[in-house]
Unconditional design. Structure first.
Length: 373
């Protein structure tokens, strides 16, 4: 095959590209249907954003290791300052203060913080001597790297994004080799603090989401409406769905947010179980590829970087699917590569670009090793 397929093409990560392009195109089809069989306003902007951010991911993949390690902390600090700016002068939408607006540009710094935390922690543990990993010196600085942006994001308020930051950062700490008993102790402390946090720290609408998750039927036309209609849409799809463009829940406006948070329910109604399995399979292939990049890396920094980016994508996927099927509270997490929205597409494509970058480092190192031999 090397004589048939040019080497630059053969070297591309097709194990990633095939499921990724499949998800994006499938998402565009679902968004086309959600807009009453119109490519505007969802499908066209979805494909345009993917094209722009795919170019960004390719640019990221070409970055060299010394530059990335050098920029890890400055990039984190810049995004942290942007979060502070959001508190001072951020735009308010939907009752939350999460965006910065500069002319026509609108960015959500909390989305950028998800990969920024992973890069900063990977750099920290990559530089930390192995003998210091089981000591408190490995916990306090890393804990501050996670907790400072979490606190700022919770002020917006945005519980879902703060949990995503904690998940990605916590996984990097776990994979760095910190003692398991510390994580068990933290989990026990967190479980004990849940009642206190529920009554004294959560906003009224956040407490309502939790109680609705536990018993959505108590107010099916009010607080429980979203999740009830989502489960109806998914269940009514059956094995093969109602047919492309024939979904009643989304087309008759029963299903809220059919093009963003609940795009999986929109898809499942029209494509059924087979469409759902295809979607999950594509995500599984992408995540498996990301983990294979982490396993193939030859140093701690690269391993933690790849694993953390894979974890960030996984959090999006897992929470969204659990949410739309009624197994988790509604927290406003979109489905990667399928939901309509620029912020989540940007974050996940940054993760894809970093994974491609780490893969290129490993491939380059292997080729160099072969040449030396």
């Amino acid at each position: 095959m090397s004589t048939i397929v040019p080497a630059p093409i053969a070297r591309q990560p097709w194990q990633l590209f095939f499921p990724l392009f499949g998800l994006v195109l499938f998402g565009a089809a679902v968004l086309y249907s959600a807009a009453a069989s119109s490519i505007s306003p969802y499908a066209d902007s979805h494909l345009l954003r993917f094209g722009i951010f795919f170019i960004m991911a390719v640019v990221i993949s070409r970055l060299d290791r010394p530059l990335v390690t050098f920029m890890a902390y400055p990039a984190y600090v810049v995004v942290l300052l942007l979060l502070v700016a959001v508190e001072a002068a951020g735009a308010i939408g939907g009752g939350s203060q999460r965006w910065l607006e500069v002319g026509p540009i609108r960015i959500q710094p909390s989305e950028l913080m998800k990969p920024a935390v992973v890069v900063a922690l990977a750099r920290y543990y990559g530089d930390l001597p192995a003998g210091m990993v089981p000591t408190w010196q490995a916990v306090i600085p890393a804990g501050l790297i996670i907790l400072m942006p979490m606190a700022l994001v919770l002020l917006q308020p945005d519980l879902g994004t703060s949990l995503a930051i904690a998940f990605g950062g916590g996984l990097v700490m776990f994979l760095a080799g910190l003692p398991l008993r510390w994580f068990v102790g933290a989990a026990v402390a967190a479980a004990a603090a849940i009642p206190f946090a529920f009554f004294f720290f959560l906003h009224d609408y956040q407490r309502s989401r939790v109680t609705t998750f536990l018993d959505p039927e108590r107010d099916p036309l009010g607080e429980g409406y979203q999740i009830t209609q989502s489960k109806i849409a998914i269940g009514s799809g059956g094995m093969f769905g109602k047919g492309f463009g024939d979904g009643s829940q989304s087309h008759l406006n029963y299903l809220p947010e059919p093009h963003t948070d609940f795009v999986f329910a929109t898809m499942a109604e029209e494509w059924g179980l087979m469409g759902g399995l295809f979607t999950i399979l594509c995500f599984a292939l992408i995540l498996n590829w990301g983990l294979s990049v982490a396993r193939a890396s030859e140093d701690r920094f690269s391993k933690l970087l790849a694993a953390g980016m894979s974890a960030t994508i996984f959090f999006y996927v897992a929470i969204n699917l659990l949410m739309v099927m009624g197994f988790a509270p509604v927290v406003g997490i979109p489905l990667p590569f399928m939901s309509h929205g620029g912020s989540s597409m940007m974050t996940n494509m940054i993760c894809i670009g970093v994974l491609m970058m780490v893969r290129r480092w490993s491939t380059k190192s292997q080729r160099t090793g072969l040449l030396v031999r």
